[in-house]
Design a protein around this ligand. Structure first.
Ligand code: ADP
Length: 214
């Protein structure tokens, strides 16, 4: 069990904080707005009202003892940069920060953020992929050229084994998992058979993944 601090509990931050807490982790949620703090207090370990740009306040909260800090202040770039700098300075080992644009991300990396996320942009990409192709159910970009996709099994694959459909040779992608309703097979082997309605989780180069969709 790790200890997380989430700074800035807007829509994205509160979702991160509540999810971590539901997963059984210790979560300290910090926001400058008292009402927001009240609102989230039942769904995290502790919720505190504090200004994330106030080093003294963050120090008093014992922030250096936490494993991970997630800075999700988005709209106020200056506050996001200052909060990232402070938590890094106080010694939090892993800092994830939300950026609004590429320049903001660059600054966050320069001052020591370990990971920068762009929730709106990333979700936009996923939604667009889901819209364009009817058999793509979900999409995660791993690296600029590689992704993981959830696709509906093609009609032609029903009743066939993974060996028979041989997507690795035909498309150059790997099947990581097969979902049948609520059941999921996370280590499928060559003899496993695909049924109509199955969902496949595939990983590969974007160009190869595109071929499956065509
Ligand atoms: P979202 O788009 O995810 O809702 P916002 O940037 O709108 O993100 O939300 C940011 C949250 O961060 C708000 O709840 C706001 O009160 C909080 N916040 C902004 N600046 C500070 C600060 N200096 N200290 C603490 N919390 C802050």
């Amino acid at each position: 069990m790790k200890q997380y601090i989430v700074i800035g509990c807007g829509r994205f931050g509160s979702s991160v904080a509540k999810t971590l807490y539901k997963m059984g982790h210790d979560v300290l949620a910090i926001d400058g707005n008292e009402e927001i703090v009240q609102h989230i207090s039942d769904e995290v370990t502790h919720a505190v009202q504090a200004d994330a740009t106030d080093e003294h306040a963050l120090r008093t909260l014992g922030i250096r003892n936490f494993d991970v800090a997630v800075i999700t202040i988005g709209s106020n770039i200056q506050a996001s940069i200052m909060a990232t700098l402070i938590v890094k300075d106080l010694g939090v080992k892993y800092v994830v920060a939300k950026a609004q644009n590429d320049m903001h991300a660059k600054v966050l990396y320069k001052i020591g953020a370990d990971r920068v996320v762009f929730p709106e942009r990333d979700m936009g990409t996923r939604v667009a992929h889901n819209l364009v192709s009817t058999n793509i159910l979900d999409y995660i970009e791993l690296a600029p050229d590689y992704s993981i996709m959830e696709i509906s099994a093609l009609e032609a694959w029903s009743g066939k084994t993974l060996l028979e459909i041989n997507v690795r040779a035909k498309y150059g992608v790997n099947i990581m998992a097969i979902k049948q309703g609520d059941l999921i097979n996370v280590s499928p082997n060559a003899k496993d058979r695909i049924s109509r309605g199955d969902v496949l989780v595939v990983i590969g180069h974007n160009n190869d993944l595109k071929k499956i969709q065509e």
